[in-house]
Design a protein around this ligand. Structure first.
Ligand code: MF3
Ligand code: CO
Ligand code: CO
Length: 254
């Protein structure tokens, strides 16, 4: 089995969708401060996506998800639902943005520090971002999904962190989630082989404590079982003839 190869026209649309998703993270950054609620962040992002970008926030009503973005605070691993609780100094929060433009999806997330954050929380966020970038650097035609998972697992575990197993990256295009599943752990050289024209997300979720999670009664919010802090970073990646192109890259990263 091989992973869907996108046409040049599809890749062009994915570039646009990816850029829009990245732009939302830059737009929201100055608003992620102590005292704001995640519902306010949700409304700001929703209105920016709909009114300015003339795009669609993909999470809204996706399998019953009630909001336009995911906001995952502290011990929340992913799929946090925006609410009326105020952010406070010292929090770390993942904001995950997925937009649909001209039928194609762009999906990206990053960690924000709310005011001053403890060194151990910062370290988790930095190492998790390094896990994502080390995985992305693996990407080229002939690389396997196992190479990606291995790069993440090796870096996380050598820093005494754990890799969440229940969620993975994914192919992306006209659909939010397509084949293949991109595991964030694995063995180098194993699994499906990537080819130019594949587009997928890589989105490692890394915990300070044990890897285990539970989902809250709302049916979405995934938290660490031991209540340790968790971090996640995500990009949408195109496999090119020579390597990769990060479709959701932000100016701060170049
Ligand atoms: N954006 C998430 C991902 O990276 C998926 C969120 S699904 C939602 O795959 F319904 F919670 F929005
Ligand atoms: Co994703
Ligand atoms: Co996402």
């Amino acid at each position: 089995m091989s992973i869907l190869i996108k046409s040049a026209a599809e890749i062009e649309k994915m570039r646009i969708a990816g850029k829009l998703a990245a732009d939302v993270l830059d737009y929201i950054a100055p608003h992620v401060v102590p005292g704001i609620t995640t519902n306010e962040l949700d409304k700001l992002c929703h209105d920016y996506i709909v009114d300015v970008q003339q795009a669609i926030p993909a999470p809204l009503n996706y399998r019953g998800f009630p909001k336009s973005i995911c906001t995952s605070l502290n011990q929340t691993i992913c799929h946090g639902i925006p609410n009326d609780k105020k952010l406070k100094k010292g929090d770390i929060i993942n904001v995950d943005i997925t937009v649909i433009k001209d039928d194609y999806h762009g999906d990206t997330s990053k960690m924000f520090y709310v005011g001053d954050v403890s060194p151990h929380a910062k370290r988790l966020c930095v190492i998790t971002q390094e896990c994502l970038m080390l995985a992305i650097e693996q990407v080229k035609p002939g690389c396997t999904l196992g190479d990606i998972g291995y790069a993440i697992q090796k870096h996380a575990e050598s820093n005494r962190y754990s890799v969440v197993r229940e969620f993975c990256g994914h192919g992306i295009g006209k659909n939010f989630h397509e084949e293949p599943q991109v595991l964030h752990y694995g063995k180098a050289g194993e699994g499906e082989v990537l080819q130019a024209g594949n587009i997928l997300t890589i989105e490692p979720m890394i915990n300070i404590g044990k890897r285990h999670m539970k989902v809250l009664k709302d049916g979405w919010t995934a938290v660490t079982k031991d209540r340790s802090l968790s971090a996640q970073w995500e990009h949408t990646i195109l496999v090119t003839e020579t390597g990769y192109d990060i479709l959701t890259i932000r100016p701060e990263e170049t």
